[in-house]
Each structure stands twice: as structure tokens, then as C-alpha cells.
Design a protein around this ligand. Sequence first.
Ligand code: HEM
Ligand code: HEM
Length: 221
Amino acid sequence: MLKKIRIWDLPTRLFHWLFAFAVLGAIITDLLEEIEWHSYCGYTALVLVIFRIIWGFVGPYNARFSSFIPSFKELKQFLKDHQVQHLGHNPLGAFSVIGILLIVLVQASAGLFTDDDVSFQGPLAQYVSEDIVKLMNWIHETNHWLVYGIVLLHLGAIFYYQRVKKENLIGPMIHGDKDVGADKTIPVLETVTSKDDAKIRGLAVVIVIVLAVLFRYYVLK
Ligand code: HEM
Ligand code: HEM
């Protein structure tokens, strides 16, 4: 029998699409040399990434790092035997999620200390030495290749699952649900529903508001 299971709670889904928009926005505004807008996209991505890290500890089941970061044994098992359906992120997906979050965290944090020597200075550049600003410029410049790489890898992997493996991952990231039990020959691991009620959504709103206020007063003062 087909059963719908809530995989991605609303805060995780909203996080995903806003985050994608902010990171792609930072890339596009850089190409257009709109540095002011570039910084706004970067600030948004940074606050969202910090939210997602917190959500990885306090959010519902499938959003939690502990539910999807695999042990070495689980990864080996996954690579050997693909015939197990993972409802949340699979072990390889888990590494790419952690990779994206860390790479964007480094990129946006370094951005706060950059100085383009022409018209723009990151909001924290004035508090550190010239050497640190140089180092952060270098990190921001070098790490952007990792941002490009991981975004391309992510889009490629989603395309592969969608077109080649015929597994729809995009739908659940929009409406939140996955159907379980359509193919009885594939065993499903851990059919745990993610809580997605008003209380958990309210908690996400509180976390985002607190982060935005702290960011406004401590970073953009
Ligand atoms: C998602 C976050 C971000 C991404 C993906 C991103 C991406 C980029 C990329 C691709 C470049 C061009 C690098 C190059 O061609 O060498 C760049 C330059 C720059 N970014 Fe970011 N950035 C982010 C966040 C930020 C933030 C938060 C700030 C500051 C508030 C910032 C300030 C700058 C500045 C000032 C430059 C020009 C550096 C120069 O020309 O010397 N960025 N960024
Ligand atoms: C517009 C094109 C995009 C599509 C269609 C898309 C689709 C998806 C899908 C389907 C998932 C869930 C994967 C799974 O089931 O394991 C996912 C996860 C994720 N994507 Fe994207 N994505 C897009 C763009 C981006 C961009 C530009 C970024 C930022 C670099 C990004 C960052 C992430 C992150 C961090 C996750 C993990 C979500 C979480 O657990 O919170 N995505 N994406």
C-alpha cells in the first residue's frame, strides 16, 4: 500500500529554495559587478547557512545531521548495494549537503572581511589587520571555484537522479512528501516522518529572527 511520508518540513524546504536563490544571486551579481547586491545575497546565504546548521541539531528527524550523516560502514554498504531506498538524504547526498554548507559558510564569512580596493569594503574588514584582509580576499577568490564546483555537482546529481534513475527528488523538496511502498522489491530504510506542525515552524521563525537581529547588530552595525 502506498503511504505518504513527510520528509522535508516547511522550514527545510524554505531554507533550500531561499539558499539556492541567495547563492545563485551572489554568483550572478558578482558577474554583473553589482557588489552592493552581491553583499546582500552573501549576507542572506550566511544567515541561512547558520540557520541550517542549528536546524541540523534541533530540527525534525530527516533534517537532523544525526539522521543522515553515515558511518563508514553505512557508506560502504550504500556504495555496494544501491537497492535500498533512503527517504532522507542518502549517504553520498549527505556528504554533498555538508560540503555545500561548509563551502558557502567559508565563502560568505570570508566575504565579510574582503576589500576590493576600489569601492567596497566588507563590514568586518575595518576591525582586522591588512594581512588578514589580504588573506580573506585570497580565500574568497580561491574558494569561489569550490562554490562553482559543488553547485555544478549538486545540479548534476539531481539531474542524474531525475532523468537516469527516474527518482523524483525535486517534488519532495517542494511539497515535502515522499510515497513509500510503490515498489515492494526495494526495501526502505527508516520511514520516520518529519514533524512539520505549527510548533516546529514557529521554532524556525524564532531562530531566523534571532539570527537576523544578531547579524544586524553585531555584523552590520
Ligand atoms: C554565498 C556567498 C558568496 C558567494 C558565492 C560569493 C562569490 C564571489 C565570487 C565568485 C567573486 C569573484 C571572485 C573572483 O573573481 O576572484 C566574489 C567577489 C567578491 N565578493 Fe563575494 N561571494 C559571497 C559572499 C560575499 C559577501 C558576504 C561579501 C561581503 C559582504 C562579498 C564581497 C565580495 C567582494 C568585495 C568581492 C570582490 C573582490 C575583489 O574584486 O577584490 N562576497 N564573490
Ligand atoms: C535550482 C536548482 C536546484 C534544484 C532543482 C535543487 C534540488 C535539490 C533537491 C531535490 C534536494 C534534495 C536532495 C535529496 O533528496 O537528498 C536538494 C538539497 C539541497 N540543495 Fe539543492 N537544488 C537546486 C539548487 C541548489 C543551489 C544553488 C544550492 C546552493 C548551493 C543548493 C543547496 C542544497 C542544499 C544545502 C541541500 C540540502 C538541503 C537540506 O538538507 O537542508 N541547491 N536540492
